[in-house]
Design a protein around this ligand. Sequence first.
Ligand SMILES: CCOC(=O)Nc1nc2cc3nc(NC)[nH]c3cc2c(=O)[nH]1
Ligand SMILES: [Zn+2]
Length: 370
Amino acid sequence: MTSPFTLHSQASDCAARRGEVRTLHGTVQTPVFMPVGTQATVKGVTPENLKELGAQIILGNTYHLYIRPGHELIRSFGGLHKFMNWDQPILTDSGGFQIFSLKDLTKITEEGAAFKSHLDGSKLFLSPEDAVAVQEALGSDIMMCLDTCIPYPATREEAIASTDLTGRWAKRSRAAHKERGQLLFGIIQGGMYPDLRAKAVEELVEVGFDGYALGGLSVGEPAELMMEITEEIAALMPADYPRYLMGVGTPENLVEAVYRGIDMFDCVMPTRNARNGMLFTSSGRLVIKNARHQDDQRPVDEECDCYTCRHYSRAYLRHLFMAREILSSQLNTIHNLHYYVGLMARIRKAIEEDRFAQFRQEFYAKRTVE
Ligand SMILES: CCOC(=O)Nc1nc2cc3nc(NC)[nH]c3cc2c(=O)[nH]1
Ligand SMILES: [Zn+2]
């Protein structure tokens, strides 16, 4: 197994590292934040907007695309890149998380997951092999194994049963994946039990993947617990392979997880919060509908050079939001994604210059809660 990951520099005073992941559609500089594009679009922005704000790689969602428009249709267009006009890397999740979040609609057996479509209630089934086949049809650069995401809290027995099943499914996913340049990542479960997670790492490394993801976190557990598990398990994940923390997180979560050795992140927060009028800035969060922005001529963030901050005032963005204008989502999303992608660029530079621990101090010093 040759690793797609190259380590450029390791921080001298913490686990943070600067690297790159080679994929079919290009090399991704890490640490990296991946905007979420669930239904073959990052909601509210075009691929050109994404390139301008610096996005390197985006997430597609297997479950949603399987349900609609269907992976065979997308295959007939030459895959997801062509279908959505995005020619840079795409990571597709197995959809496991979405299927299991429809929990009352899902039945898990050794064979796979039987579930009802959230669109029309029709009965569907995905085995680990099916999930790989769907992602191969989509042509994603990084595929994820079908896994079972353990809810929080879960008993040790539940965690053991679910983690062991995820391990058997990972073996089947690896066997089903024909080597065509697409990368396949394994997902570490284990609930909030470090010994179960350590065992899961060992088993997945034994099977051999192109990268390893920490699953089953950011599922409602306290932030401290998420960081404890991340710290302990990241240290056990192969240092010469990409480490991906799924579904995380706030800007603070990203800084803390990079500090503990994580390379890759995805989260709906910057895009979803943008549509709800919650904007990220270098000094904290800003709620645009707040009356105090009504006649404020300043941009969202004076330190931001995104398209939105270069052309529009807080007053205008508040007006668009109050009027429920479509442009509100577009401009707010451009700003929030620029903030997240820009934060990762500043983190990469800090690690290159071996001053990440200092960067982390300064990052907190500036955050006065708005
Ligand atoms: C992105 C890879 O996803 C998968 O294929 N399965 C999976 N997805 C998750 C997504 C998550 N999002 C959050 N919080 C917002 N936690 C997550 C966990 C998983 C997971 O365990 N397994
Ligand atoms: Zn901005």
